[in-house]
Design a protein around this ligand. Structure first.
Ligand code: ADP
Ligand code: ZN
Ligand code: ZN
Length: 730
C-alpha cells in the first residue's frame, strides 16, 4: 500500500481537535510519533489516523518534518482507550495522548532501547591485582563488580547504590574501565528459579480458577477479601498463568501501595524482569521502565495511576489492587481520569479479564456487582490461619487522655507489648499539632495564602501550611500580644513524643510524609518494624496500605471522628474504608489482633454498623442512603472547578457557565459555591456541580456546553477544569 498522503495528528495543545499534515511519503501508521511545525513551534505529536484527503486548503497544509518511530508507540487497543478517554472526560485528545507518554518520549526521545554497559579493561584487571585503587573503597567496589562480567548502569546502581557513577570517572580516566551504549539484549536468563507460592486455600483456588478461565476474553472481577486473605497470592497465580500462555500482565496499585514488599513478591515469584512505574522515578528511569515494557523485555508491568497507559506486549490480564483507593483518580491538572475505570475499559478493548481487588470495594464497584456488570469473588477468611481481629470502641468522653491517647488504649498497648506483640497507632495528621494558639488573646497562627491554620512542626521548629507549603519559623510569643503561645491538638510527631514518654525505652517508629522524604526512607522504616526492632508504630494513612507487619497485634485508631460529619457525601465511605484497612493491619500473622477505635460518638450509626456488620453491612446502608439522596452511583456527576485571584472572578465564571446551561433538560446544576477551603495558595476556588440521572444525557450536554465555556470572557480570568465522576467534593 502506498503511504497515506494525510496524517491526522494529536498535538499537546488545549484545542479539542486533531491536526492534518501532509505526509511526504513516510510509511506511517496510527500510533507513531512525528515532529511537526505548529505556528512558530515544532511539536511532537502522535498520528491518530491516516486519510486520503483533508479539508485544510492546500496552501495552508504543512508537511511533517520528521517521523520519529518505525513502529507505533501505542497499539490499536491503547489508541482506542485514549480516544475513549478524551471523549468520556471531555478533554482535548492531544493532552490525553501526552499524559499517556513518558516525558522523554513527548520530547521526541527514541523508543528503541539502548543501555549503558560497563566493562573492565586488561589494565583495570592488572590494577585490581595490584590492589588499586588504594584508599577508595567505592572505586575498589566498582572495579571488583566488573571483574567477572560486564554490567549495565542499572545493575551497578542496584549493586553499589546511587554513588556508583561518581566512581566511574577516575577509573575511566586511567583506562581501567570503559562503557558502551548497546541495544538492549534479549531478556537476561532468569536470575534464580521462580519461587513457589503456598498451596492455595479453597476460596483462593476457586477465585483463581474462575479468573484463569476468562483469560482470553473480557470479564470484570471484584476480588473482595479482607486484608490478609491472600488476594495478592491470587494476583500472582493469575499472572503466572497469563505468563505461561505467553501473555503479559499489568498490575496497578495506589500511589503508596507500591511497596518494596509487593514488588519483591512479584520479582521473586516469576524470576522475569518487571517494569516498575511510579511517580518517584526520574525521567530517564521512567523512559527505561517504559521501554522495558514496550519491547516485551519486562512481561509484568507494575505501576501507579498513569501506568494504566503503559505498553504491555501481548497484554493478558489487568489487575487493580485496592481499587477503592482515591489515588487512582487524577484530581488535579487538566486531564482528570480514573485509572481504575480506564483499566476496565482497557481490558474490555483488549479482550482480557480485569481484576479489581479490595477489602473495601468502592460503593460504585459494589453497585456494578449488584447490577451484574462485575463478578464478585470473595475471600472471607485470612489466608495464613490468622483470626479476624476483635474491634471495640473507646468513648473518649468517658476516659482521660494524654496527647489524644486514652487510658484504656495505653493499657492495651502495654498489654500487647508485654505479650511480645507490636502496636500500631493511627492518626491521620502529621506534624506536632494542627494549631498554634495564644491563650491570652486567642490568636491562631494562620496561613497568609490559605483559609487554613499553620501546623506546628516542633522538630523542624517551623510552622507549615499543609495546603500550599508555606513555612515560617516557630514563634515563641504571640505576635499580637506578646504572650506565650501553645500548640493545640495532636499530630503524629506529638503522639510519638507522648508514646516515648509513656513507654520509656520502647523503640517507636514513625511513618508519615515528614519522615519518609527520600527513596529508601519508607523501606527503612518498614524494615525496622518488620525486623521487630521498632515496637510501636505511629503513622498516618501511609501505614494503612499494603505493608505486611506480621507481628502487629494491636491497632489503635486515635480519632475516628474527622469524617463522621463532613459535607462530602463520600466522607463516610472513606472513613469506613480507612478504619477497615487500618484494622486489617492487626494480627496478620498467627497471633490474634485487637483493634481499638477512639471516638467521641460511640453511638454514631456508621461506627456501630461497621462494628456490628462489618464493611458489607456498612456498604448496604450507605448505598441505600445514596439512592435516596440521588447521589452516585445512582446518578452521574461532573464538576466544573475554577480558581482565580479574587473570589468574585472565580464565582463570576461559574455563574456565567450556569447561565449558558439554560434550562438543560435532565441536568441539575448545584452552585456555584466557593470551595470548602475557598482560598488556597493565594487563589480563590469555587465549584459548579452538574448532576444527571444518566450518563448519556450528561455527556451530550457537556459536549455542547464545554466549547461555549471556553469562549466566555470571564473564562480568561480563571483557571478551570472539568472533573467527570469527581471523587472529592467541596
Ligand atoms: P492480601 O493481599 O489479601 O492482603 P496476601 O496475599 O498478602 O493477602 O496474604 C497475606 C499473608 O498470607 C501473606 O503473608 C501470604 O504469604 C500468606 N498467604 C496467602 N495465601 C496463603 C495460603 N494459601 N497459605 C498460606 N499462607 C498464605
Ligand atoms: Zn496573643
Ligand atoms: Zn497555605
Amino acid at each position: 500500500m502506498p503511504p497515506a498522503p494525510i496524517l491526522r495528528v494529536a498535538l499537546p495543545t488545549p484545542l479539542r481537535q486533531l491536526f492534518d499534515y501532509r505526509n511526504p511519503g513516510h510509511p506511517m501508521r496510527p500510533g507513531m510519533r512525528v515532529r511537526v511545525p505548529f505556528g512558530r513551534q515544532r511539536l511532537v505529536g502522535v498520528v491518530m489516523a491516516t486519510a486520503e484527503t483533508t479539508d485544510v486548503p492546500a496552501e495552508r497544509l504543512k508537511a511533517v518534518l520528521q517521523p520519529l518511530d518505525d513502529r507505533p508507540v501505542f497499539d490499536a487497543g491503547l489508541l482506542e482507550l485514549l480516544r475513549w478517554a478524551a471523549g468520556y472526560y471531555h478533554h482535548p485528545i492531544g493532552e490525553v495522548v501526552a499524559a499517556a507518554l513518558p516525558k522523554a518520549l513527548r520530547l521526541g526521545a527514541s523508543v528503541s532501547a539502548w543501555e549503558e554497559r560497563w566493562h573492565i579493561t586488561p589494565a583495570g584487571r592488572a590494577a585490581h591485582l595490584a590492589g588499586e585503587p588504594k584508599r577508595s573503597p567505592r572505586r575498589q567496589a566498582l572495579l571488583a563488580a566488573l571483574l567477572g562480567t560486564e554490567r549495565t548502569a542499572a545493575e551497578l546502581r542496584e549493586q553499589l547504590g546511587e554513588s556508583w557513577r561518581a566512581a566511574t570517572r577516575p577509573l575511566a580516566e586511567r583506562g581501567w574501565i570503559e562503557s558502551a551504549q548497546v541495544p538492549c539484549g534479549p531478556p537476561p536468563a532468569q536470575s534464580g528459579p521462580p519461587g513457589r507460592g503456598p498451596a492455595l486455600n479453597e476460596e483462593q483456588r476457586a477465585a483463581t480458577e474462575r479468573i484463569q478461565a476468562s483469560l482470553g476474553r473480557f470479564d470484570a472481577f471484584v476480588l473482595q477479601g479482607v486484608t490478609g486473605s491472600g488476594k495478592t497470592e491470587v494476583y500472582l497465580r493469575v499472572t503466572e498463568q497469563a505468563l505461561a500462555l505467553g501473555r503479559g500482565a499489568l498490575v496497578l496499585v495506589p500511589e503508596i501501595g507500591l511497596t518494596p514488599q509487593l514488588v519483591g513478591r512479584f520479582r521473586e515469584r516469576f524470576g522475569v524482569p518487571l517494569a516498575v512505574l511510579h511517580s518517584g522515578l526520574t525521567d530517564p528511569e521512567r523512559l527505561l521502565a517504559w521501554r522495558a515494557a514496550f519491547t516485551g523485555h519486562a512481561r509484568v508491568v507494575l505501576g501507579t495511576r498513569s501506568a494504566v497507559f503503559a505498553p504491555v506486549a501481548d497484554l493478558g490480564v489487568i489487575i487493580a489492587d485496592e481499587e477503592h483507593d482515591a489515588s487512582y483518580k487524577q484530581h488535579d491538572g487538566g486531564f482528570r481520569y480514573s485509572a481504575r475505570d480506564l483499566a476496565v475499559m482497557r481490558a474490555r478493548g483488549a479482550a482480557v479479564p480485569v481484576v479489581l481487588g479490595s477489602a473495601t470495594p468502592a460503593l460504585e464497584t459494589l453497585h456494578n456487582v449488584a447490577a451484574g456488570r462485575y463478578t464478585r469473588l470473595a475471600l472471607t477468611r485470612r489466608a495464613a490461619e490468622a483470626a479476624p481481629p476483635r474491634i471495640a470502641l473507646i468513648d473518649l468522653r468517658a476516659h482521660a487522655h494524654t496527647a489524644g491517647l486514652s487510658t484504656p488504649a495505653a493499657q492495651a498497648i502495654e498489654r500487647h507489648l508485654g505479650a511480645g506483640g507490636q502496636a500500631l497507632v493511627f492518626l491521620n495528621r502529621r506534624g506536632y499539632a494542627p494549631t498554634l494558639l495564644c491563650t491570652a488573646c486567642g490568636w491562631i497562627a494562620p496561613c497568609r495564602d490559605c483559609d487554613a491554620r499553620l501546623t506546628v512542626h516542633l522538630g523542624a521548629r517551623e510552622l507549615r501550611c499543609h495546603h500550599c507549603g508555606a513555612h515560617a519559623p516557630l514563634p515563641e510569643r504571640c505576635p499580637q500580644c506578646g504572650f506565650a503561645v501553645k500548640p493545640v491538638g495532636q499530630g503524629t510527631e506529638r503522639l510519638e513524643e507522648a508514646l516515648a514518654q509513656r513507654f520509656a525505652g520502647v523503640p517507636c517508629v514513625r511513618l508519615d510524609r515528614d519522615v519518609v522524604r527520600r527513596r529508601g526512607d519508607l523501606e527503612a522504616a518498614v524494615q525496622r518494624v518488620v525486623s521487630g526492632e521498632g515496637r510501636i508504630l505511629v503513622g498516618t494513612q501511609m501505614v494503612t496500605k499494603g505493608h505486611d507487619f506480621p507481628n502487629v497485634t494491636l491497632v489503635v485508631v486515635l480519632n475516628a471522628d474527622q469524617g463522621l460529619f463532613s459535607t462530602d457525601f463520600r466522607a463516610p465511605e472513606r472513613l469506613a474504608q480507612t478504619i477497615v484497612q487500618v484494622a486489617g493491619r492487626a494480627g496478620r500473622g498467627t497471633r490474634p489482633g485487637e483493634v481499638l477505635i477512639q471516638t467521641e460518638f460511640p453511638d454514631h450509626p456508621l461506627l456501630t454498623g461497621l462494628l456490628g456488620e462489618g464493611y458489607e453491612g456498612f456498604a448496604r446502608t450507605a448505598l441505600a442512603e445514596r439512592q435516596q439522596a440521588a447521589w452516585p452511583p445512582f446518578t452521574r456527576l461532573a464538576a466544573v472547578r475554577d480558581s482565580a485571584r479574587t473570589a468574585e472572578a472565580a464565582l463570576q465564571f461559574l455563574t456565567d457557565a450556569r447561565a449558558l446551561a439554560g434550562g438543560a433538560r435532565g441536568i441539575r446544576l448545584l452552585g456555584p459555591v466557593p470551595a470548602a477551603m475557598a482560598k488556597r495558595a493565594g487563589r480563590f476556588h469555587a465549584q459548579l456541580l452538574l448532576e444527571s440521572p444518566g450518563r448519556g444525557g450528561l455527556h451530550q450536554f457537556l459536549e455542547a456546553w464545554l466549547p461555549r465555556l471556553e469562549e466566555l470572557p470571564s473564562a480568561r480570568r480563571v483557571r478551570w477544569a472539568l472533573d467527570v465522576d469527581p471523587m472529592e467534593l467541596f
